[in-house]
Design a binder for this molecule. Sequence first.
Ligand code: GDP
Length: 139
Amino acid sequence: MSTNRTFTMIKPDAVENGHIGAILEKIAASGFKIVAMKYTQLSLREAQEFYAIHKERPFFGELVEFMSRGPIVAAILEKENAVEDFRALIGATNPADAAEGTIRKMFATDISENAVHGSDSDENAAIEGSFHFAGREVY
Ligand code: GDP
């Protein structure tokens, strides 16, 4: 995956609360092009693998239970400076600290159920994109 791409998930809370359409609209309006997308659900094991980097953190169990409890939308997004710009668009991890107009401010519930994922580096964007998509699913 080239460095102008990032990976996102619309998390189970935002799907349950009916925010898929509004979040995708905001992503598109912010200049991101969707180059891969699927509606899917992580098994508990897959969530543990995806979030392995956090396995020592006290909230790991809660995080993987949450991320596997219902369907998500996974997508690869393209834009110049994608990783940084998408992190700015989603806002702080805790929606209470997120800036006005950010996706987490608008749609997240709390620090654990925070509506969207956004990769934190080009390297992780490539790893996370490959976790969810085969090469032929990326356009
Ligand atoms: P992000 O990069 O902004 O998503 O934040 P982190 O990499 O620090 O954390 C990954 C994810 O773990 C967050 O998006 C939240 O879903 C979850 N998380 C972070 N902090 C907490 C916490 O204190 N408690 C719980 N239950 N979940 C958390």
